[in-house]
Design a binder for this molecule. Structure first.
Ligand code: ZN
Length: 256
């Protein structure tokens, strides 16, 4: 994977947003592979296709590309809030590629994919409506909260200018595919929240008590649920059944 962006491709474009778009799309077209099946090339959709930007000819996964000069931070500004919520419920929701680059050196710095099964309503934040005077008065946009997403949902192909081995990327992708079996975003939301708790413990082995410590945080996130501990155990069971965790006995767990 070559991290150079091809400046020659954008010489004829005046607007900087257009230049950025063309530059990064051209790079993905040339250098990115499919993290789902490992296919060496992705194909660009024609510009009038609103579904996504790229797809894989071999496994049909769709990918949307978002790129930014600066790093991504805790949230990503996205489009229409209602349209986004509707999209989450759709099986054709694309995976997200996020690319950030340096415009001095014309180099890709970070390039990661968020698999579509990590998109649940909990990570979509409603923005304030635009003011009455704005051209699109009262329009409501959304933010994608990267901070509310488990780290397992950010799979880096390039991190801080270092290319990650393709086998590792594809293996990490496979690890969480079981989430797609949960068709309802709501049940996925619970698993993802418990995955975040497990990551926050920062240990390869942990106990049930370690996760119970997050009870009050989980209650804030799911105020309608009065049985948080039951819910935690249930999610751990699912994660065990799907090979994400192993039970070590006596309330101890390990990452698979
Ligand atoms: Zn593929």
């Amino acid at each position: 994977m070559n991290l150079d962006l091809d400046k020659r491709a954008v010489e004829s474009y005046k607007s900087s947003s257009q230049r950025a778009r063309v530059l990064t799309e051209a790079w993905v077209n040339k250098e990115a592979y499919c993290p789902n099946c490992g296919n060496a090339r992705l194909t660009k959709y024609s510009n009038n296709k609103p579904v996504a930007d790229f797809f894989c000819r071999s496994c049909n996964e769709d990918f949307e590309l978002k790129s930014k000069k600066d790093s991504f931070g805790a949230k990503i500004v996205d489009g229409d809030y209602q349209a986004m919520l509707k999209r989450l419920a759709d099986v054709h929701n694309p995976n997200f590629f996020l690319l950030n680059y340096d415009l001095c050196s014309y180099q890709v710095l970070n390039f990661f994919v968020i698999p579509k099964h990590f998109f649940v309503p909990e990570i979509i934040e409603e923005r304030k409506p635009l003011s009455i005077d704005a051209e699109r008065a009262e329009w409501i946009g959304c933010n994608i909260l990267l901070s509310r997403m488990p780290e397992a949902g950010r799979i880096f192909l390039v991190k801080d200018g270092q290319v990650k081995p393709k086998e590792d990327v594809c293996a990490v992708w496979q690890k969480t595919l079981f989430l797609r079996e949960k068709k309802k975003a709501e049940s996925r939301g619970w698993i993802l929240d418990v995955m975040r708790c497990i990551e926050a413990v920062r240990k390869k082995e942990f106990t049930l008590a370690d996760i119970y410590k997050f009870e009050s945080i989980l209650f804030e996130q799911h105020p309608d649920n009065r049985h948080i501990k039951d819910k935690i155990r249930q999610q751990l069971q699912i994660l065990r059944d799907k090979g994400y965790l192993v039970f070590l006995g006596k309330g101890r767990y390990g990452l698979a």
